[in-house]
Design a protein around this ligand. Structure first.
Ligand SMILES: [Zn+2]
Length: 154
């Protein structure tokens, strides 16, 4: 099935990621949203906070979803700070293709840890993303921190 506005829930990577059993890259599961590592990271620790529901924008989120999205984004900031001690973190949402969204119609918040000089490094290597850490290592490092953060809030 195709549509002009992008993939529907059936072939959406975030809808699939929310299903039980698809959790190699999952870091925290909330009630209505979750945190997952980006399979194609811009930097070590690049992760995303995503509502379970196939919602295209902030306007269509329920109050519950808004609150938990921000709660998990806060956890993500804290976990990345603890695990990677970055110099900064980009936190951002791209709405629509023109804004650079890779997955249309399913809102997601990117968190990308940044280090002084990493832009120069990225420029130097062009499109090749050479990351010293693999995704499983990132997951093993981050998951216990998310578990602790969610336990302390319960
Ligand atoms: Zn979706």
């Amino acid at each position: 099935m195709t549509s002009a506005s992008g993939p529907g829930p059936d072939d959406c990577i975030f809808c699939t990621a929310a299903e039980p059993g698809r959790d190699e890259l999952l870091l925290e599961r909330g009630r209505v949203s979750f945190v997952v590592l980006n399979k194609f990271p811009y930097n070590n620790g690049h992760l995303m906070v995503v509502p379970n529901r196939h919602a295209p924008n902030l306007a269509t989120l329920s109050a519950d979803e808004q609150a938990e999205l921000m709660r998990l984004t806060r956890h993500a900031e804290m976990a990345l700070t603890e695990a990677y001690a970055p110099h900064g973190i980009n936190v951002g949402i791209n709405l629509g293709k023109s804004a650079g969204a890779g997955v249309l119609d399913h809102l997601h918040v990117h968190l990308v840890p940044r280090w002084n000089g990493d832009t120069n490094f990225m420029t130097a290597i062009g499109d090749t993303r050479v990351l010293p850490e693999d995704l499983q290592a990132s997951a093993l490092k981050l998951r216990p921190i998310f578990e602790r953060l969610s336990r302390h809030e319960a």
